[in-house]
Design a protein around this ligand. Structure first.
Ligand code: GDP
Ligand code: MG
Length: 226
């Protein structure tokens, strides 16, 4: 049996034992499909389902995470080059909620021009989207938490958008390196002023599909249902 099925079974068993009956059941047969890309509000899909935005730097693993949730290799374009996705990409997850792959922030390589263009589209979405339940902020665990991340969390807090912080690529670390970095991250995040906006911190490998079920459960419990 694959790791993924084990994870799913463990979650279903835990949910059963705790008597927690969710309207949204996370299960192994969740299906996912691409809805559309959009830049402007008039082009967004109808706001009929709860929506979750995924933000993170280029190369943090946003597209890989969507593929992992969808259990498909190429649903979301996985790119080696930063800044390739310039639009909001909407994905339907099992007809239960919508995931939005957002362009990466921190385009050092492409300069301010792109950053300035990026900002109004993202800000308009984050401020105005009425069915946006929360945001997943994904980060390469090996990168240091920076001013950019702090500003983003503060910004989201200001608009009452709860955040789940996801540290990705844990497969690159051994057990003790992971433990050290987990302590470091917990300490860094405890220091930021807007920390009440952070609903959870999750460690995953999108590539190896480790922690995906825990993340989905957290999205349901902390963002969609609360
Ligand atoms: N080792 C490892 N590499 C990953 C993981 N997730 C993504 N990557 C790699 O990181 C690069 C960027 O991933 P991508 O999903 O395109 O990032 P995005 O720019 O945020 O959408 C790709 O080469 C991925 O294969 C992971 O969990 N572990
Ligand atoms: Mg991408």
């Amino acid at each position: 049996m694959s790791r993924r099925s084990d994870e799913v079974n463990a979650w279903l068993l835990k949910a059963f034992l705790s008597g927690h009956h969710s309207t949204f059941e996370v299960n192994a047969s969740m299906s996912a499909k691409f809805i559309k890309s959009a830049a402007e509000q008039k082009d967004y899909p109808p706001p009929s389902r709860p929506e979750i935005g995924i933000v993170g730097r280029s190369n943090s693993g946003k597209s890989t995470l969507i593929n992992a949730i969808a259990k498909q290799k190429n649903l979301a374009h996985v790119s080696q080059k930063p800044g390739k996705t310039d639009l909001l990409n909407f994905y339907d997850i099992d007809s239960k909620f919508t995931l939005v792959d957002m362009p990466g922030y921190g385009y050092a390589r492409r300069g301010h021009e792109v950053r300035d263009k990026w900002t109004p589209m993202i800000e308009s979405y984050l401020q105005n989207r009425e069915n946006l339940k929360g945001v997943v902020l994904i980060m390469d665990i090996k990168r240091h938490w920076s001013e950019d991340e702090t500003n983003l969390v503060r910004y989201l807090a200001h608009y009452d958008r709860p955040v789940v912080v996801v540290f990705n690529k844990i497969d690159k670390l051994n057990k003790s390196e992971l433990a050290t970095l987990q302590r470091e991250k917990a300490r860094d995040l405890a220091l930021i002023k807007a920390k009440k906006a952070i609903s959870a911190i999750i460690y995953i490998s999108a590539d190896r599909r480790i922690g995906i079920i825990e993340l989905l459960r957290t999205i349901f419990e902390k963002l969609i249902q609360s």
